[in-house]
Design a binder for this molecule. Structure first.
Ligand SMILES: [Zn+2]
Length: 98
């Protein structure tokens, strides 16, 4: 005798909740997959902006520097020492708090 089992879509809620779990547990900031264009965890405006003294480019932590793998929400102080101004290429210490 054969017993037929119908796929009734019970797998879907499981997948969905798994998806939600994954979304909730964000990847670590250092993970290569951590590319986040959504607003940072903290409200915008809380982080300090820095301005390049050479070219006037403003580093906004809320935006990060996606072109150089700096995810949105990265503080200026958390930038790696070899991070450079994306506009003029000067080092990060040529930036000043604004
Ligand atoms: Zn610059």
């Amino acid at each position: 005798m054969l017993e037929l089992t119908f796929i009734d879509g019970t797998g879907e809620p499981l997948t969905y909740s798994y998806y939600r779990e994954v979304r909730k547990g964000k990847a670590p900031k250092n993970a290569p997959t951590y590319v986040n264009t959504e607003p940072a965890d903290k409200p915008a405006g809380e982080k300090e902006k820095f301005k390049c003294l050479i070219c006037g480019h403003i580093y906004d932590p809320a935006l990060g520097d996606p072109e150089h793998n700096v995810p949105a929400g990265t503080d200026y102080s958390d930038l790696s020492d070899d991070w450079k101004c994306p506009v003029c290429g000067t080092d990060k210490y040529s930036f000043d708090l604004i």
